[in-house]
Ligand binder design. Structure first.
Ligand SMILES: [Zn+2]
Length: 261
């Protein structure tokens, strides 16, 4: 689980993806052009930052992989269980489709999704050379977006679960993720057999372990491997954006994945 520094950017990678030579990274908030409260490598226009800043920031990130912002396939993330496959980038003048997972087998495309506490889950099928990113906040987690993503890889690309490696990136850890009664009820309904493994109780409060919850879902297939970065965004807002720790007034960092040529 190394950190790299390149071209003024600092990013984190998954060891299991590095071993396969896959272009990918979770980009810290350092090294971009956005002012506060988005300082500085914000990649989302939905948070009030300017389009010019976001394009510059995206280009700095994508340049590390020899790509630019027009090579991206991304979606308008809505905490759903909708999965999109694409073999071409999203034309920059075309509005995003709504959805919370993206899949491609095209090396010309960089998949990108944006995060600030929600769980980024990366997938790579080493035999079919197909990659995917899922966005799993608490809603995506209880809707099992990661399962819908693997199922789509199987249906659309003929992937086998045993060939897929997965990685759970920087996101809010259980220690910082207190939930209320109605969310707790939804989690219990979504994980009836595993409630005790995904919920923790301390001092009368309930905490949701989204890393564990998504890993448990993926173990059902099972996949070839599941790596958990174990990096909490709310613990380190100098490095990551955290919606919870910054009271919703912050940017979004990028998870990027690109199929091998
Ligand atoms: Zn934390």
């Amino acid at each position: 689980m190394p950190f790299y520094e390149e071209a003024g950017l600092k990013y984190f990678t998954l060891s299991s993806f590095d071993e396969l030579g896959i272009n990918h990274g979770f980009f810290s908030r350092r090294g971009g052009v956005s002012p506060q409260p988005w300082a500085s490598l914000n990649v989302a226009t939905s948070v009030g930052d300017s389009r010019e800043n976001v394009i510059e920031n995206r280009n700095r990130i994508l340049g590390i992989f020899g790509k630019q912002y027009s090579d991206v396939f991304d979606t308008w993330q809505i905490h759903s269980d909708i999965v999109h496959c694409s073999e071409s980038p999203r034309p920059v003048e075309v509005p995003h489709e709504k959805g919370d997972a993206v899949i491609t087998s095209n090396p010309q495309i960089a998949l990108m999704m944006v995060f600030a506490d929600c769980v980024p889950v990366l997938f790579y099928d080493m035999k079919k050379n197909v990659c995917a990113i899922a966005h799993a906040g608490w809603q995506g987690t209880v809707k099992h977006i990661v399962c819908r993503t693997v199922e789509k890889m199987q249906e659309h690309y003929g992937c086998q679960a045993r060939d897929i490696v997965a990685g759970i990136g920087p996101s809010i850890g259980v220690d910082h993720y207190e939930i209320g009664d109605s969310t707790e009820q939804t989690v219990k309904e979504s994980f009836p057999e595993e409630t005790e493994r995904v919920l923790q109780r301390r001092s009368g409060k309930t905490y949701f372990d989204m890393w564990q919850a998504n890993a448990l879902l993926l173990e059902r297939f099972p996949l070839r491997s599941i790596e958990i970065a174990g990096i909490c965004t709310a613990c380190d807002v100098q490095t990551w954006y955290s919606h919870r720790a910054e009271n919703g007034n912050t940017g979004r960092f990028a998870a990027v994945l690109n199929v091998k040529t």
